[in-house]
Ligand binder design. Sequence first.
Ligand code: SF4
Length: 438
Amino acid sequence: MSTRPDAKVADASVEKEQSMVLQKQLIAEHYEALSRARDEGKKIVYTFVPGNLTELIDCFDLLPVLPEINALQSGMRKLSGGYISEAEKIGHSEDVCTYVKCDIGMLKKGNVGPTGKKLPEPDLLLLSYTGCFTFMKWFELLQQEYDCPVAMLHVPYQADGRIHAHQVDYVVQQLRSEVIPKMEEVTGRRYDEERLQQSLQRSAAAEEDFVAVLESARNIPSPIDAYFGGVFYIGPIFTAFRGTQAGIDYYRLLRREIEARVEAGLGPITPDGPLDRERFRLVVEGPPNWTSFREFWKMFYEEGAVVVASSYTKVGGLYDRGFRHDASRPLETLAEYCMGCYTNLGLPSRVDLLERYVRDYSADGFLINSVKSCNSFSAGQLLILRQLEERTGMPGGFIESDLVDPRYFSAANIKNRIESYLQMLAQRGKQPVRGGPA
Ligand code: SF4
């Protein structure tokens, strides 16, 4: 690891790029805004990440609470284990998605959010779920807790890997007849299509820069880690900042920093500083573990393994496949966005996507992190593994962990499997060492 003096802000132990500082600031400010919401008369909507309607929500000045983000933040702050046992005490089984149990446990403990500030109760539950039925069950539980309306948006699954015109019409019709009227009722405001269009234009601008960031990993060495670093990059665009000037500013800054790294031939920044030597380029399928996130990441960067593309960074949209929000078709573009998220894709589409990543990003191998409690990701992963091995001629790696349940992160076992897999890749062909400061 080396240190460089440019464009970074010093933290207690680790250097941080300015974009990282800004990202944390944005997320923290959002939690601050939520804690002030009641005093400021703001209305609150609880909703989910995949298929979120951020621009429409913002159009009504609603503030979103995203339960999955609370759960993963609680995981990173080592709070999730306690919340999960709280939920299990009241009868939620071990097999239930741990995001759900973490959220329910947090709620039962007073609904104090991961930053220590109490979360406001919802004025609306907006269920625009994509691909995973658990979302519906999750909101059924929240509905029992809160006395507020529920808006349900049913998003059809991409069964044949395509979005059909009749499906777009079906979703738009629900936006007009169900979602918008509920938002109007809750906020007392009228739907303002012009405002929505302006917001969608800002979204498309940020999406351009975001895609440039993801695609920078085609460079050898890659200037980013598209999984462990990628989860920070997706934060603003997958949550409350799509359609905002703050979102545009963040992705512009991030892109500039990464382009400078490409120019200098540098690898990604890790929690222990810049990675000088790239030995393995990997594609990863499945979400990360949050309770031991840094330890998990370290298992990769210690070996010089860099993730150049991942499916997890597509749960809130497949922008790198060309989708951009289109302000000229405001409701249609929201419908297409919802249907295009990774969790809404069938297995053949997932395999195609991952195969393309392996080839386009010159990967040496691919690894699946099978998350115990997320059926939406883990169902079919062995089939994905087999098909990818056949199509790419490469052996795949397979590890198991969980999202936010610390009981299912066996560090020694996972480290052992990752090291064995990388050794196997190394034996298949000498891995060139790439990169280092120019
Ligand atoms: S099962 Fe997976 S996709 Fe579904 S809510 Fe849980 S974490 Fe999200």
